[in-house]
Design a protein. Sequence first.
Length: 106
Amino acid sequence: MISNWLTIKDPEPTTVRCTHCKSYNTKRDGIRKNKNDINQKYECLDCDGYFSIRGRKKPDESDVKKAIEIYNTGLSLRKTQTTLAINGINVTHKTIANWIKANTLR
């Protein structure tokens, strides 16, 4: 009698498309860690390529608004960055500059 934990399962097919050859014949192949998050890795069974899907994080509109308001009080970008960090919003001064540039009327 073979136990259930000894049986080997075939990898379940995924609905993720390969970024190299656009094939749907892919399987999950571990994880990729970096300092910010953990991403699922995939292997394409057609082209033998490896890839991961990264979602782009959109900033919270209230954080952007708060950063612009703090900057408009006369603080520098770096002091705005420090003030936001105290409030739990960790962004770089360059990100704040990009938010200001994107939300300023020309």
